[in-house]
Design a protein around this ligand. Structure first.
Ligand SMILES: [Zn+2]
Length: 371
């Protein structure tokens, strides 16, 4: 991965280049950023840069023997730990799947990864104690050829207290070894691990950078790129899944759904639930995200400055009629119910039952007056 392949983040790239060129590189770093921000891509580009044989001031060369191996994720001094569902396997046993997954999409989420390795089951992801011991043993060996041996630990959120096995290693890895943690959420990472890593904060991708990337990579027209970027909310992974989505279709479905929820008419809800569950899990996740954005927008429309709104004219006309039904109490309840629903969609819940319950709950909330 070269820096130039990564969307946006120009000032962060400069900062990483400066650190690499100064030679004052922290041995344990946490690339922390929300899903789809490119934190894994940036960690990989950084690892490739510090090992490049002919780096320029702006990027790795992409052609030397080290770069070629880094790009194909086959360098003998590049190692990975990632969560998976088997209690007995080690990460290296899944390296073929992992390599294919991140070359295909370096913005991959844990949900995508779970689907790639385990699409049928609802087992949970985990990083085991056995895996932690393997990391320590592996890094104890001499490097083959690289200047810096690199171990990427993706999603340290999945390390339970067994992660404490790694503390000594994180505090003092062997010389010329870099441990790059790549995570999304500090609240789910062991504090003992957090305190031992230098933080590299990766913000979400700006709308402007995302719009440019969508237009360049997928030849999108500007309006569609704008609609997609708005819904993606700085998450390139989500933007990719939205490429074939018809934005107008989402709006129609959402406005019909809210009317049916409010009316609590089971007969009207049923065909909508059928349409949604036929769309599949990714479609529903995106739809729930869109619904959450619209509901927050309605709240902003009612209570805050309208220049904060990022909606188009059709949506604005709907918000005018819809916003009187929202207040701070039911807003909190409804957005929480949408987040909970997303969580359950990812975990193989029965989509029809889930949607029916969600619809009835939202309907009830919309009818609740402010206390
Ligand atoms: Zn190179």
């Amino acid at each position: 991965m070269q820096f130039k392949e990564i969307i946006g983040h120009s000032s962060l790239k400069d900062k990483l280049l400066n650190i690499a060129q100064s030679g004052r590189i922290s041995h344990t770093q946490l690339f922390l950023g929300p899903e789809g921000s490119g934190n894994l891509a940036l960690a990989l580009a950084f690892a490739q840069y510090v090992n490049c044989l002919q780096p320029s001031t702006e990027d790795s060369c992409g052609n030397c023997s080290s770069c070629v191996k880094f790009q194909q994720i086959i360098h003998p001094d590049l190692h990975f730990t990632y969560p998976f569902t088997s209690p007995t396997k080690l990460s290296k046993e899944l390296i073929e799947e992992w390599r294919a997954a991140i070359i295909d999409n370096p913005y991959i989420s844990d949900f995508d990864w779970l689907q790639k390795i385990n699409s049928e089951s609802n087992k949970q992801l985990n990083i085991t104690a056995e895996e932690c011991r393997a990391v320590i043993n592996g890094l104890g060996l001499k490097s083959y050829e690289a200047k810096y041996k690199v171990h990427v630990i993706w999603q340290p959120e999945y390390l339970s207290k067994e992660g404490n096995i790694l503390l000594k290693l994180l505090e003092e890895p062997p010389p010329l070894t870099l441990i790059l943690l790549v995570g999304n959420n500090t609240e789910k990472i062991l504090p003992t691990i957090l305190s031992r890593a230098q933080l590299v904060k990766v913000p979400k991708i700006t709308d402007a950078d995302l719009i440019n990337a969508l237009m360049a990579k997928y030849s999108m027209d500007e309006q569609k790129a704008r609609d997609t970027a708005r819904l993606a909310d700085g998450n390139f992974n989500r933007a990719k899944s939205l490429i074939d989505i018809d934005h107008e279709g989402y709006f129609t479905l959402f406005s019909d759904w809210m009317r049916a929820c409010y009316g609590q008419k089971m007969l009207e809800l049923q065909p909508m639930v059928d349409t949604l569950s036929a769309g599949g899990r990714e479609y529903i996740k995106n739809f729930l995200h869109y619904a959450g954005q619209m509901i927050r927008s309605a709240f902003i429309y009612r209570y805050a400055k309208q220049d904060l709104l990022k909606v188009n004219q059709t949506e604005l006309a709907f918000l005018l009629k819809f916003s009187p039904f929202l207040h701070d109490q039911n807003l909190a309840e409804i957005t929480k119910s949408l987040d909970d629903a997303t969580y359950h969609v990812e975990r193989n819940a029965n989509l029809k039952i889930l949607f029916l319950n969600l619809s009835l709950y939202i309907g009830k909330q919309l009818k609740t007056a402010q206390k």
